[in-house]
Design a protein around this ligand. Sequence first.
Ligand code: ADP
Length: 720
Amino acid sequence: MKVASVLIPLPVPEAFDYEVPEALSLARGDQVAVPLGPRLIRGVVAEVFETTGSNRRLKAVDSKLDDPALPAGVMDFVEWAGRWTLSPPGEMAATALKGLRAPRPRPERRVRRVGDRQPARATPARTSVLEALGVRSMTAADLARDAGVSAGVVKGLIDEGVLEIVEIAAEAAFARPDPDHAPATLNGDQAAAASALAAGATQGGFRPFLLDGVTGSGKTEAYLEAIARVLRADPAAQILILLPEIALTQALIERIAARFGAAPAEWHSGVAPPRRRQVWEATIAGRCNIVVGARSALFLPFVNLRLIIVDEEHDGSFKQEEGLVYHGRDLAVARARIEGAAVVLASATPSLETLWNAQNGRYDWLKLGARHGTAVLPDIDLIDLRAAPPDPQTWLSQSLREAIGETLARGEQTLLFLNRRGYAPVVLCRACGHRLTAPDTDSWLVEHRYTGRLVCHLTGFSMARPKLCPSCGAEDSLVSVGPGVERVEEEVRQLFPEARTAVFSSDTAPDAKAARALIQRMTHGEIDILVATQAAAKGHNFPRLTLVGVVDADLGLRGGDLRAAERTYQLLAQATGRAGRADRPGRALLQTWTPEHPVLQALAAGDRNAFVEAEMAEREAASLPPFGRLAAIVLSSENAQAVEKTAADLAQAIPNAERLEVYGPADAPLALVRGRRRKRLLVRADRDVDLQAFLRAWLQRVKVPASVRLAVDVDPYSFL
Ligand code: ADP
């Protein structure tokens, strides 16, 4: 008997076995319909094998679906990713099939002329319709608008048989990029990097690279040229560019369209599902060459993937924390390895993991020199707040205020950076000292003045600002403590009433469209002072921006988790790197209470190596990543006792292992989220320990009750 092991795209732990009917010929990757309970559901064949004298009664595969089989590279990738992250392979397969879940776009109904038939009675309105239409086809609504008539006029012409309705299949056009459309002339470093990347991608075989250069050094320019060369060598080559944030995609898409004369395909959660289906189908049919996307684009069914680019590779947004927990950058490297392709991690501030791989020769290290052309990096100065603190209830020091005033007078732009949404991070009662928290979550409520609400940033819970203290009942006793971007903008407006100000955060730019609108206003010089969270710190190019003020350079350093210093360095280097990109020199001022901190000293000196060396030494001494590996286990439940019991069971069941330690169980720093109690365990292992094998062996020993959720996070980035 033939048996097929089928991955079911559902959160089920493993592949299910089904009998293969005689008449059906199946292979790995085939999409099939299989019975699950009373239903038929879509699955992907992982394996087909012969078995004799089975004593199990297996259900049979119902049928093979018309949808194309997943390529071998996707199958290998899905299974590898499942093993690496300890997630069910079926869920990984579900991610790979996501594009198929949407319907195809509906055909568009358009009108066109029927031969040269004329209306029985020609009115001016009818004449303008026929003139506006000409020999084209267009939707009735567009036609009425172009002709400046009411919809009734168009309908009348259809009823009379002068116009007819045709259905145009919304066949996705993925124009072929033209490598020679608008090439740039690269400088020496850029050209060398482009050649190395292109050679790596065309030679075949796994080739990882680090593309390392300050903001504005031309990393994008270099990888676009590499793409051109790859396409010249193989017009069917496929290239994937991953970005950490959707807000960055539009600018890159426009740049690619200008360079290659054809827009790339776009893949992320903001793309309408029918369009995503077209991209999925074009990818597996080899009809599209360049895809720009978010991390989930890694699961697309490429058939000839030659090059993956992970831009801003250091960015923590590549780590997916909800649902399937994985790191987009790490999985990109894995996909390239499986496909025998090149992968390039690009950044001005590479992660320590990536630098370590480059230092050890695992990655080819391509370095770009100074900024392109005459642009120079901004001068960075520290403002010691101890020497000259701002007045009470204000946040901008005298020197920063003066610098903003001068910039404004020159007609140039300022970016004030504060990585805190809302008006004030904490609201407390002056009478009893109570801090307002969400009812079912251990996190402080953040005051938002624009909406007049107190918001939990973790869960989205919000409430109106109460009149009375919820704890002691005192009236009008609540005070807002500390600044968020809204409060800094308020201060700026009071100081510079003539300036045009705006706030850029995930509240004022909740989606890609709103972000694009703000970025354009800034680019066109319609904003003088932009107060922004990290939403504006990345990748954007504002030609008139010459001053970056960091309101609280110490903010990220207080976090105290593994990557606090690294993240702060990266974020501040990126934020200050926004200033003076074109021919105007820029300046960055960092307000700090701890100017002697090594991170701030390295930033002020523009000395990345000094920071990296110091941070690497600390990590090495503690055998932490990249010198060791971590995995977290988070238990949560509405039932506090069940969490306690499971945590205790886990602690009892730790397998013997060397060069590995388990810390915890302990209450998570956020011990209560949405009414669920949380406990954490942390595993640290030397690099040569098979951490995943250890975790699998461990988790097999413990029965987790249905009321408890157990989440495994390999290489955790969040320690809450
Ligand atoms: P990065 O990706 O390193 O931040 P970009 O590739 O975006 O740098 O380059 C920064 C700016 O300099 C862009 O406006 C880009 O068009 C320009 N630039 C970089 N290299 C060149 C080049 N060789 N020729 C023309 N313009 C360049």
